[in-house]
Ligand binder design. Structure first.
Ligand SMILES: [Zn+2]
Ligand SMILES: [Zn+2]
Length: 253
């Protein structure tokens, strides 16, 4: 049973190339009945939305109404970074249905081992203490710039992340954070563009009662229809509808 939604989509208000209008038109074309926009809203982040919260929110409401006339439900989320002190909510932010917590900013002066231990510490702190609904791309789209050579490709980056995940993000560690996530009702994101996290990780989460969320992390229209990793995970794990987040819980927020 695959969820019919996509909760991780960027517009040209942050670092996407697509407008609200184009996303809605594409959703209609590919029969995506539920989706959530999740632009970057993050302190000290270049891609964080720059227009006022009112301007952004009013535009969202207009498109959301158009969507609902077509029978499409549109939510507003935000992708927000965190570290081991706080979730990096900016001042000027609209009211959202959900927050995807992710790590984009890390200190640059650490050696590899310390760097990834700190990354894990951020995750541990966030899932036990911070208020957000979805842990996003936990072992994909990692903050790896400082380790990559100039000219590295999309594939190079994904391969490097897979090595990092295997080397530093032990399954035992995931069992510990899964307990906290289940307790605090934080869902785990299946991240289409980086094809992560590993199916073993997703299984640990499901076994511990953590709900799954799904997001393509689309920055361009053609990425919206991509569901190949989701299908592969489902073939391996045989997921049930109730393993996934129910969007109704967000609609009342
Ligand atoms: Zn991200
Ligand atoms: Zn994103």
């Amino acid at each position: 049973m695959l969820p019919k939604y996509d909760l991780h989509i960027h517009t040209n208000y942050s670092d996407g190339s697509q407008t609200f209008e184009e996303i809605l038109a594409k959703a209609e074309e590919i029969d995506l009945k539920y989706f959530g926009i999740s632009d970057h809203y993050e302190k000290n982040h270049n891609y964080s939305v720059k227009v006022s919260a009112d301007e952004y929110y009013n535009h969202f409401l207009k498109i959301k109404d158009e969507a609902s006339e077509k029978g499409i439900i549109m939510l507003l989320g935000a992708e927000v970074g965190f570290n081991d002190e706080e979730i990096l909510l900016p001042e000027n932010m609209p009211k959202v249905h959900y927050i995807i917590g992710t790590i984009h900013q890390m200190p640059k002066n650490l050696e590899e081992v310390d760097y990834w231990n700190l990354y894990k510490k951020y995750v541990e702190k966030a899932v036990s203490e911070f208020s957000f609904q979805i842990l996003g791309h936990v072992e994909g789209y990692l903050p790896i710039n400082k380790f990559m050579k100039p000219g590295s490709t999309f594939e190079d980056r994904r391969n490097f992340e897979k090595k990092i995940a295997k080397k530093y993000f032990e399954l035992e560690w995931y069992k510990e954070i899964a307990v906290e996530m289940a307790k605090n009702k934080i869902a785990l994101e299946i991240h289409e563009m980086s094809e992560s996290p590993r199916t073993e990780v997703i299984k640990i989460m499901v076994d511990n009662g953590v709900k799954l969320s799904y997001g393509t992390d689309s920055h361009a229209l053609h990425q919206l229809a991509k569901r190949s990793y989701l299908r592969r995970v489902n073939e391996q794990l045989g997921l049930r509808a109730d393993n996934f987040l129910e969007l109704e819980s967000f609609l009342n927020r």
